[in-house]
Design a protein around this ligand. Structure first.
Ligand code: GLY
Length: 292
């Protein structure tokens, strides 16, 4: 049986600055990813390609344009997973253009699930990924402005900056019914160097099984405590995507977890939900595109 192809992407939860630029980036990513599905390509190729477009757009907090850590450096997290339980991820990787592609290489070329830090970057070089500086002027200006305010009481104040998070994520189902999920993030603005967020953690930022797939965004530490992506997928095993989304967000809100998520349930629906001020999203389902 041929499955109905669907692809959904998010550009992060929190406030939505530059909504026009975000919408353009998301629509392009979703259009290109969906075209791969339409031409009988795999959901894995579709989510990777769409995520690359979002990482390269520079408006999102992933790849080029990622937020800077306390030391003014970019360290990025990314993960990719399929409904066959294949998974690969990188944490605090530096100086690469597309962390999502390195995550895919971890999945396909190694027996491991997650590589971190300078050895993740070294692995990327071994695999042929060249040097790329993902730091943008725009994010450097934000870093300088916010850093002034954070010099004392760092740990109290960093919480206020956690609305400077964001991530990108893509979920797709292809004609053979395989669901794939890609999530990529520059982490939280001004975080401590070496901090790993939820994005490369299986079940937190990304999860998929034979029923559903989910990508999350928001405050990584809380998302990890909630095992948010896994929780949403587990709920989708026994209820509709929308109902699962409502339940997960209600639970997250009660626990003080500021987050958003997108997902696809096989033979059923999609979900896009957040408890933050806003979340940017876009999808194509039954050939029709909709965006935030
Ligand atoms: N969800 C992005 C982060 O907290 O790293």
């Amino acid at each position: 049986m041929r499955n109905k192809i669907t692809l959904i992407a998010h550009g992060g939860a929190g406030g939505i600055n530059y909504p026009h630029r975000r919408r353009i980036g998301l629509k392009e990513a979703v259009r290109v990813g969906y075209e791969i599905l339409r031409q009988s390509g795999s959901s894995l190729d579709a989510v990777e390609k769409a995520a690359i477009i979002l990482e390269d757009t520079s408006i999102f907090n992933a790849g080029t344009g990622s937020y800077l850590n306390l030391a003014g450096e970019v360290e990025m997290d990314a993960s990719i997973m399929t409904s066959e339980l294949r998974f690969g991820a990188v944490g605090v990787i530096r100086d690469v253009k597309n962390p999502i592609s390195i995550a895919r290489m971890v999945m396909e070329k190694t027996d491991h699930l997650l590589l971190c830090g300078e050895n993740a970057t070294r692995f990327a070089r071994m695999m042929g990924a060249g040097y790329h500086n993902p730091k943008t002027k725009e994010k450097e200006i934000i870093w300088k402005r916010k850093k002034k305010k954070i010099l004392s009481n760092y740990f109290e104040k960093i919480f206020d900056f956690t609305n400077h998070y964001g991530t990108i994520g893509v979920v797709a189902i292809d004609k053979s019914g395989i669901i794939s999920v890609a999530t990529s993030s520059g982490g939280i603005n001004l975080r401590l160097p070496g901090r790993v967020g939820d994005t490369p953690i299986i079940g937190a930022g990304t999860y998929a099984n034979s029923t559903a797939g989910v990508s999350t965004t928001g405050h990584g530490e809380e998302i990890m405590r909630q095992i948010l992506a896994f929780r949403a997928v587990a709920l989708m095993n026994r209820m509709s995507a929308k109902q699962a989304g409502r339940n997960v967000i209600a639970h997250a809100t009660k626990s003080g977890c500021r987050c958003g998520l997108i997902g696809i349930k096989k033979d059923s629906g999609i979900l896009y939900v957040s408890n933050t001020q806003a979340m940017s999203w876009c999808y194509i389902k039954n050939g029709t595109m909709r965006s935030f």
